[in-house]
Design a protein around this ligand. Structure first.
Ligand code: F3S
Length: 64
């Protein structure tokens, strides 16, 4: 399972990085986030799914 963040959609709400700091990282001072590696570790899958569902901009895409 993989996750990516759309740089075009992300508005820097930083909810994802706050919720799952072991996966999402802030990439600039405006709160925009990125993922260091798109592969989601097994133990973080549910948390990453929740973060994707809670992103106000729907900027996080999860794929198998
Ligand atoms: Fe961006 Fe959504 Fe996270 S807007 S910083 S991907 S919560």
């Amino acid at each position: 399972m993989h996750a990516t963040i759309s740089a075009e959609r992300c508005q820097g709400h930083a909810l994802c990085a706050a919720a799952v700091p072991d996966f999402f990282e802030l990439s600039d001072d405006d709160g925009h986030s990125s993922v260091a590696s798109p592969r989601i570790p097994e133990n973080l899958r549910e948390a990453v799914r929740m973060a994707a569902a809670n992103c106000p901009e729907r900027a996080i895409t999860i794929s198998e």
